[in-house]
Design a protein around this ligand. Structure first.
Ligand code: FAD
Length: 394
């Protein structure tokens, strides 16, 4: 099995396709179970936010584009009778757990947005959705509209040339584009993963059944080694972020004391034991370092402004999601850009560990983004089998 981390960014990668395939085979049922639990299946977003880059229309051409939104009575507090779940009581719990020995805090106070790599909707137009009821799959969204969005996303990767004279070690200038490659590979991996999902659950306009479509998969992803490799690259990056987060952030406690009060209502009847599932996933992911960040944003090789540039450009990618003219695609696009933005915050902001805060929405997005990648890798392996069978048949 080839080393998927080619010469382009060797410093960041430590693994092979086959290692990730077998790791994911073992993890897939656990991750799939985790994203169906009450904590991880609800996502909050504003589906009506104006696109700030151009005049984009938010209307769905087909019913596959629609999102089922939960009615406010399903998450408002007015009819909550159990004292334990009332906001005042929850605020108290939040303060009790407000920080742990590592210094990382569970958020109740306003978050430190300067360290964020993405925009997060948090206004009165936000709605809640149950992700399990709104799968990421073929919607029919395409043509010039989606092309314009992808073009805008890729154009965020145009970092200005780094000035070697502003570095401590000018000889290291040629290596200064590692971060730019990470940005490109991540966006391309996200694009490829979306294409895997839409080809894995594809429905032609005349067909109401969603099923794998090998031809679409091969055209969009299967015949492009770089795109395939970028899905694995994202898997390695997000895995590393989850492992790192678990070392300094009390994940299970934060589930019990969510900062998102409406969301607590979804948890109120649940006695789900998150610890054993999270422990199993994290211990499998921890067996091997999949992604090495030690040479990214290194002070000897990059000027301090590069990280700011990276952060603000990825924030723009997350804002571009408001320009996606299909509700279902916009919802999953927002979730994944928040998931990757959270992964960047974990991986690149360790020097600010005592200031880092994570909102529930970031944890939900991170875990669900990992699930998207895990499901993509399973689907890629399934398509590989379908392709071999197809070769036998012809
Ligand atoms: P596109 O996928 O639109 O690609 C445009 C061009 O980008 C290609 O011609 C190629 O040159 C290049 N390219 C393609 N893939 C890659 C890659 N991985 N790396 C680098 N370059 C690449 N459709 C759905 O059916 N369901 C969804 O859930 C969905 N979600 C979406 C979310 C977002 C944020 C966006 C912008 C679009 C989404 N779409 C979704 C639409 C989908 O991504 C495609 O745009 C659409 O299916 C048309 O595909 P296409 O083959 O014309 O090329």
């Amino acid at each position: 099995s080839p080393e998927f981390c080619s010469q382009v960014i060797t410093p960041t990668c430590n693994t092979t396709f086959s290692y990730i395939d077998s790791l994911n085979d073992g993890l897939r049922p656990l991750i799939s179970e985790l994203v169906q639990t009450p904590y991880f299946r609800y996502f909050k977003l504003n589906l009506d936010k104006q696109c700030k880059f151009w005049n984009a229309q938010h209307f769905c051409a087909t019913e596959n584009c629609a999102v089922d939104i939960l009615s406010p009575s399903q998450y408002n507090w007015s009819d909550v009778t159990d004292e334990e779940w009332k906001p005042a009581r929850l605020g108290k719990i939040n303060r009790e757990y407000a920080s742990d020995d590592s210094g990382a805090a569970i958020d109740e106070a306003p978050t430190c947005e300067d360290l964020d790599y993405c925009h997060i909707d948090d206004d009165h137009n936000c709605v809640y959705v149950n992700l399990v009821d709104n799968p990421e799959r073929f919607t029919g969204y395409g043509g010039n509209q989606s092309f314009a969005v992808w073009k805008a996303i890729y154009s965020e990767n145009c970092f200005p040339n780094t000035n070697p004279m502003s570095m401590k070690n000018p000889d290291a200038a040629p290596e200064s584009c590692i971060e730019k490659n990470v940005f490109y590979r991540l966006v391309s991996g996200m694009h490829a993963s979306i294409a895997v999902h839409l080809s894995n659950e594809f429905a032609s306009p005349s067909d109401s059944e969603f099923k794998p479509n090998l031809k679409i998969f091969m055209e969009r992803v299967g015949a492009h080694n770089d795109r395939l490799s970028n899905v694995y690259f994202n898997y390695a990056l997000v895995s590393e972020a989850i492992v790192k987060l678990s070392k300094f952030f009390p994940l299970v406690q934060s589930i019990k004391t969510s900062d998102d009060l409406s969301h607590q209502k979804f948890l109120s009847n649940s006695t789900y034991d998150y610890s054993s599932l999270l422990d199993s996933i994290i211990s499998s992911l921890s067996q091997h370092t999949l992604f090495n960040t030690s040479r990214l944003f290194h002070p000897d090789t990059t000027p301090p402004s590069l990280k700011e540039e990276f952060r603000s450009r990825f924030k723009n990618v997350s804002a571009i999601m408001d320009c996606v003219g299909c509700d279902r695609c916009r919802m999953w696009g927002k979730l994944q850009t928040i998931g990757y933005g959270t992964a960047f915050k974990i991986l690149f902001e360790d020097e600010n560990i005592d200031k880092l805060k994570f909102r529930r929405i970031e944890l939900v997005a991170l875990v669900n983004t990992f699930d998207r990648l895990s499901k993509s890798i399973s689907a890629i392996n399934n398509f590989k089998q379908l392709y071999l069978k197809h070769l036998d048949d012809v």
